[in-house]
Design a protein around this ligand. Structure first.
Ligand code: ADP
Length: 401
């Protein structure tokens, strides 16, 4: 790094090991994607798409909103595994993914090509651009976990994809026929370069279990995958057998019906690892204009605002903040400064409602009863606003007008 470095790497011509250039792209404005998990392999055909699909199915079964971005543009096998034959729809707003039978949102180049068998003979930059557009132009909606079936290898195309998508963690898939040690080293180094954690190593086609005698055969000789994982300080999260019924389910487009527990360990990591867990992401602060534990009829003149901290739909703590005093337009700004997302009150003046709306704070009026009960019923989706606004009644001023 030069002595005069001002960290504006984008406009600096110096060759520098600390160069920081942000190639990241913003997702579509109608997409809210919490975690992005990249699935990588050293070469094609080792089962990367299979592992991506099974992971998405496993997480969907656990109740998460799940999506697959098929970035393997030259070998797109995801739609087939899910039995998707229709083409993606687009409007002036953007491109819509196709929902699988169980509701996994999928985008793949095969959903855009006229014929599934059309070859994609594009060069690297165009492939990388297409993947970027799957991120920026697709209306994904609310997604907890997006799995990206990465282009195989550790070359230019996967690298560009890594740079444009905010990947939170990667899973490496290998098979025993490969030069596993070298492939894992390359993938681990790429992840290090991008400062992305490696969540685990999956060995696919690890063995074959005889359906008659249940003896396990290592068809490709003994694997040394555990040692390789240990060498790189990564966790061996699954050994998947060659399974003819799995291949059959994929061929028939019925992967969602295939029952297995092979990827349970990695699913647990996704749920518990701080860097990739979506648990606790749904935090919300709900304020209730209160008088002695009951919701107040008059927002501006309530005794206090009881502010409830909630995570994933549950109250985790509460604090009563005394009403700092009523001046026109002041309280909504005050509550916004406290980080409040929802305000519940009996009555409220139109001026206050407008300021809350401007600040994207949801307003529930017309509420009555115990403050805590109201918050609980809000969290269950049962508390709706009556929308009533105090106009010219005698409490006009008390309602925060
Ligand atoms: P990649 O994405 O690495 O190119 P795929 O996931 O498309 O590889 O797998 C290649 C082929 O191998 C597919 O036909 C798939 O159905 C099959 N396959 C992958 N893993 C297994 C497995 N564990 N048992 C049986 N067949 C498998």
């Amino acid at each position: 790094m030069s002595e005069n470095c001002n960290e504006s790497c984008g406009s600096c011509g110096e060759e520098c090991a600390d160069r920081k250039v942000d190639f990241s792209e913003k997702p579509h404005e109608l997409s809210k994607i919490k975690k992005v998990i990249g699935v990588v392999s050293g070469k094609g055909g080792v089962g990367k798409s299979m592992v991506t699909s099974l992971l998405a199915v496993t997480m969907k079964r656990k109740g998460y909103n799940t999506a697959i971005l098929d970035a393997d543009i030259t070998g797109p096998s995801i739609p087939k595994a899910f039995g998707i034959n229709e083409k993606a729809r687009s409007t002036e707003l953007g491109l819509f993914p196709i929902s699988s039978k169980t509701g996994i949102e999928i985008m793949s180049i095969n959903l855009l090509l006229e014929n599934d068998t059309d070859p994609v003979v594009w060069r690297g930059p165009i492939i990388a651009n297409t993947v970027k557009q799957f991120w920026t132009d697709v209306i994904w909606g609310e997604v907890d976990y997006m799995f990206v079936d990465m282009p195989p290898g550790t070359g230019d195309v996967p690298l560009t994809v890594f740079q444009s998508l905010p990947v939170d963690g990667i899973i490496i898939v290998t098979s025993p026929q490969e030069l596993v040690s070298m492939i894992v080293a390359k993938a681990v180094n790429m992840a290090k370069m991008m400062k992305i954690p490696v969540l685990g190593l999956v060995e696919n086609m690890s063995y074959f279990e005889c359906p008659d005698c249940h003896k396990k055969h290592n068809l490709f000789g003994d694997s040394h995958i555990e040692e390789v994982a240990k060498q790189h300080g990564i966790e061996m999260v699954a050994k998947m057998p060659i399974d003819t019924s799995l291949a059959g389910a994929c061929d028939k487009g019925l992967i969602e019906l295939f029952d297995n527990t092979w990827l349970d360990k990695i699913a647990e990591t996704l749920e518990s690892d701080e860097e990739v867990s979506v648990k606790g992401e749904n935090k919300m602060k709900i304020a209730v204009a209160s008088d002695n534990g009951m919701v107040s009829g008059h927002f501006g003149h309530c005794e206090s605002f009881v502010i409830y901290d909630t995570i994933d739909g549950k109250i985790v703590s509460s604090e009563a903040v005394p009403n700092p005093g009523h001046k026109p337009g002041f309280l909504p700004v005050f509550l916004n400064d406290q980080g409040v997302n929802v305000i519940i009150s009996g009555g409220m003046g139109g001026g206050a409602v407008d300021i809350f709306n401007e600040k994207n704070i949801e307003v529930i009026t017309g509420a009555s009863g115990k403050a805590e009960d109201l918050v609980k019923s809000y969290l269950q989706g049962e508390l709706k606003t009556t929308g009533s606004v105090c106009h010219e009644h005698q409490h006009h001023d008390e309602c925060g007008e």
